[in-house]
Design a protein around this ligand. Structure first.
Ligand code: ADP
Ligand code: ZN
Length: 363
């Protein structure tokens, strides 16, 4: 596999966009290739990422004739609010952007969602360039066009589908990612293997030590394969009417755990890792051909903190019912027949759901 290469999201309409695995230093070139022409450009980042990579991106754009401005917001999920959205609007509008002025989202999923929503709504839509710097954002949230902010009632409840003009992922930026953020992204990588790619699954089983120590060649290969799974799914389902549901593997359980622990104990990826164990447990119950041992062993390699022992079963089950994805009162689960063959079912008995919870909460 080439060390730097470009994948592409393709929609049935013929529209699409590149997902380039290239160094930050080539951002201006990749923007040109995608049809963007120098002018003003607003870079939105968080303070951590701006400190590490803001100057590089600013220089690269300036060298190609762009006039960049950098807005650095506080890091963390609590930044996904109307106030910070307003801060982006003000920075853009008071500066005098026009409909061709791109917004570059430089950071993790938080910045991608927030700056993406700003790009979707400013002047009814300006070009959006995703430059994801976390594993989770590179493999998952930068691809597919979901943007939005949180509301006191719940996460991501206000937003829009808005596809970027391009995604540039520089895997070298992952070198500085804190260990816990790495593990959180690794959960989505494993998810993509389980729902979509047997070879990626084998690669992860064989190369886990190299992957988790961020060996560049291994990360490159794993990421491209994992991104391809997501690209194929969103290309078939731009607005989440069908196969995108497969991406929720482990998430019905995971969201419930995040809620029951009030988003304080587990990162999203950690909750999904635990949720995937529950989903695999159910999958085995209905699909004897599933290689349960090896799939469960792989998920178990994702580091997760101990879940507080006082989490009541009733609490997580209630949280599950509150999930916004619960349709027509019945809980839907994504299970797998075997690696790479996901399906959606709403026919799981309450007793089986409980058994799955018991399995992951006590073992
Ligand atoms: P996610 O992508 O998981 O949604 P965030 O956007 O909240 O996560 O980013 C997680 C944390 O990691 C934030 O504190 C952010 O500032 C920091 N971060 C993002 N990318 C990098 C990086 N490449 N190096 C170091 N820290 C980073
Ligand atoms: Zn997820």
């Amino acid at each position: 596999m080439r060390s730097d290469s470009t994948l592409r999201v393709r929609f049935p309409s013929g529209q699409g966009y590149p997902v380039a695995f290239r160094p930050l230093g080539e951002l201006a070139m990749v923007m040109r290739e995608a049809g963007l022409r120098p002018g003003r450009v607003l870079i939105v980042s968080d303070r951590n990422v701006a400190e590490l990579y803001g100057l590089t991106v600013d220089r690269v754009l300036q060298d190609d004739g762009w006039e960049p401005r950098l807005l650095a917001l506080p890091p963390g999920e609590t930044t996904k609010t109307p106030e910070h959205l307003q801060a982006i609007y003000s920075a853009a509008l008071e500066w005098g952007i026009d409909r061709k002025t791109p917004i570059v989202a430089l950071g993790g999923g938080v910045i991608g969602d927030l700056a993406g929503f700003a790009a979707a709504t400013l002047l009814r839509g300006v070009p959006l360039v995703h430059v994801p710097t976390t594993l989770l954002a590179q493999v998952d949230s930068s691809i597919g066009g979901k943007t939005g902010i949180n509301h006191p009632t719940g996460k991501n409840l206000v937003g829009a589908f808005y596809q970027p003009t391009l995604v540039l992922s520089d895997i070298r930026t992952l070198a500085t990612l804190p260990e816990r953020e790495w593990g959180s992204g690794a959960a989505e990588v494993v998810k993509h293997a389980l729902i979509g790619d047997q070879r990626l699954f084998e690669l992860l089983v064989e190369s886990w030590p190299l992957f988790s120590t961020r060996d560049v060649a291994t990360v490159q290969e794993v990421l491209q394969r994992a991104c391809q799974v997501k690209i194929d799914i969103v290309g078939r389902d731009e607005r989440e009417h069908g196969p995108r549901a497969f991406l929720n593997f482990g998430h019905t359980f995971g969201h419930a755990l995040e809620q029951a622990t009030e988003f304080k104990v587990l990162t999203h990826g950690e909750a999904v890792a635990i949720g995937m164990r529950a989903a695999l447990y159910l999958s085995r119950r209905f699909n004897p051909k599933l290689d349960y041992m090896r799939t469960d062993q792989l998920v178990l390699r994702i580091p997760v903190p101990t879940i507080p022992a006082d989490i009541a079963l009733g609490e997580v089950i209630q949280a599950m019912r509150n999930d916004k994805k619960a349709e027509s009162g019945r809980l839907r689960f994504v299970l797998i027949k075997r690696v790479g063959s996901p399906y959606v079912t709403d026919k799981i008995a309450a007793a089986d759901v409980e058994a799955a919870w018991r399995h992951v909460l006590v073992s």
